[in-house]
Ligand binder design. Structure first.
Ligand SMILES: [Zn+2]
Ligand SMILES: [Zn+2]
Length: 210
């Protein structure tokens, strides 16, 4: 089956295969890299988008979990991740990265840029959204939200027992609920239009649990 390339404005959507996170391409910037276990698939998707994988100059990781950072070593690219999740990569902290869950022992990675709230990457603004991990981020351009494992389509949100906390998640969803999101591009599952509604569902779901 040949899948057509999906593009949301300037963002190319590469659906995660197996345990891989979804991957997003914005020009020569790649947002999350999957586990690294499906290199042929990921590289062929990048080529379908008209990019040479060797030309990717910059990796932005939404958080430190292995299903999002495991593919980083496949690229000769600078890594950016929030300052609070950076030590997990630098120290190859298997607990924080969830190496065992994926049957891998991570190797240390150099982090070039330690992101903070309000930083700009590839025309997107960094929003710090802890709750799933301490240094989780979303990327926001005023219309499109790349949401990592903070919030998913249909009212889903990230697990809070893998390095995060429910009170942080509550504050993060509250923050995202204030944005007028059209396209929600999550770390797993489908991307959706009318993202604001999906975020509202997640926010109300978590509030109902508390
Ligand atoms: Zn994930
Ligand atoms: Zn995660």
């Amino acid at each position: 089956m040949v899948k057509k390339m999906e593009k949301i404005n300037d963002v190319v959507f590469i659906e995660g295969l197996g345990y891989d996170s979804n991957i997003y391409l914005i020009g020569d910037v790649i947002v999350d890299t999957g586990t690294g276990m499906n290199q042929d698939y990921v590289f062929s998707e990048i080529k379908k988008a008209g990019m040479d994988p060797a030309e990717i100059s910059h990796i932005v990781n939404t958080h430190c979990h292995f299903d999002h950072v495991g593919g980083n070593p496949l690229f000769e690219a600078d890594i950016s991740i929030h300052a609070l999740d950076a030590p997990a990569l630098e120290n190859a902290d298997s607990n924080a990265i969830l190496g065992a869950m994926f049957g891998k022992s991570p190797t240390p990675m150099e982090v070039k840029t330690k992101l903070q709230e309000g930083d700009k990457v590839a025309g997107f603004e960094v929003i710090h959204t802890p709750g799933h991990t301490v240094g989780g981020i979303c990327l926001w351009d005023g219309e499109t939200l790349i949401s990592g494992d903070t919030v998913f389509a249909n009212g889903g949100f990230g697990r809070m027992d893998l390095g995060g906390s429910p009170s942080d998640m509550m504050r993060s969803l509250e923050k995202l609920n204030g944005l007028d999101v059209e396209y929600l591009l999550p770390g797993h599952g489908p991307w959706v239009e009318n993202g604001r509604q999906h975020i509202r569902w997640a926010y109300e779901m978590l509030r109902g649990m508390g």
